[in-house]
Design a binder for this molecule. Structure first.
Ligand SMILES: Nc1ncnc2c1ncn2[C@@H]1O[C@H](COP(=O)(O)OP(=O)(O)OP(=O)(O)O)[C@@H](O)[C@H]1O
Length: 238
């Protein structure tokens, strides 16, 4: 279990995470929702150890495990090594990583071979996203955080990725997905967390939140989000 307690993160005087507390269990997939600038990516970076924080704690089962060692964070884009080809970057990472994940299935599903000879600097947005997803899985970590994995992917890749993630959710894995795109993928998520202005406004299992928010303006997760924040995921205000 990943336990976050009273996490405070500031950039200068801007308090981006304001006493955030949450727990995440193995074998589950969590959806982290919030408007642009709510602090979602910052929370992901704090969990992955890419950003420090002012106060609070991030622990794995109350142990001294260094959480950043067990987290793979997929960034929204990958554009390092501009003069290497996609295949070369993947091979490089396969050699660098101890016990890399066997990505053959995902490689085929996401049709990486169609652009494996392309230089990184020439990749389209969707191809960069696909590569960043492949590299996140390759790291073979217990906690996988995907930052907008579906945005910019074509419909077919979105669907096969959602299906692949669903099959990857087992006792030894924990997924945290940041996504504004949820239409069609709602059954992927066990629980939702809603961040607004650096605070967790709501969190719970899908079934509990559906019971709590019965009369929603919109169906499903979109409706819960609207009731909690007064905004639609696209940004419209009540
Ligand atoms: N390195 C940084 N230095 C200063 N401010 C930052 C930095 N990174 C993020 N911020 C600020 O922190 C706030 C939260 O940013 P963050 O990227 O976590 O939001 P987000 O919820 O992921 O948004 P989005 O949906 O647009 O990706 C924003 O106001 C942003 O400008």
């Amino acid at each position: 279990m990943l336990q976050i307690e009273n996490l405070v993160k500031k950039y200068d005087t801007n308090t981006v995470l304001d006493e955030v507390s949450a727990t995440f269990e193995e074998g589950k997939c969590y959806l982290l929702l919030g408007a642009n600038g709510a602090g979602k990516s910052t929370l992901a970076k704090c969990i992955a150890g890419d950003e420090g924080y002012e106060s609070g704690s991030i622990q794995w089962h109350n142990s001294s495990t260094n959480v950043s060692d067990i987290v793979a964070l997929q960034y929204q884009f990958f554009n390092s090594y501009p003069h290497l080809k996609v295949r070369e970057v993947i091979q490089l990472f396969q050699r660098l990583i101890v016990n890399p994940y066997d990505i053959n299935e995902l490689y085929t599903l996401l049709n990486v071979s169609s652009f494996e000879q392309t230089l990184i600097k020439n990749l389209s947005g969707g191809q960069q996203k696909t590569l960043s997803i492949i590299l996140a899985f390759l790291l073979n970590k217990k906690i996988i955080i995907l930052d907008e994995p579906f945005a910019t992917l074509d419909l077919q890749r979105k669907q096969v990725l959602a299906e692949f993630i669903k099959n990857q959710i087992h006792q030894d894995r924990l997924f945290i997905i940041i996504s504004h795109e949820i239409a069609g993928f709602e059954d992927l998520f066990d629980s939702i967390l809603i961040l607004q202005n650096g605070k967790i406004m709501e969190q719970g299992t899908m079934s509990d939140l559906k019971k709590k928010y019965k009369q929603t303006t919109f169906p499903g997760i979109e409706g819960i989000y609207f009731e909690v924040t007064g905004q639609v995921l696209g940004g419209y205000k009540k």
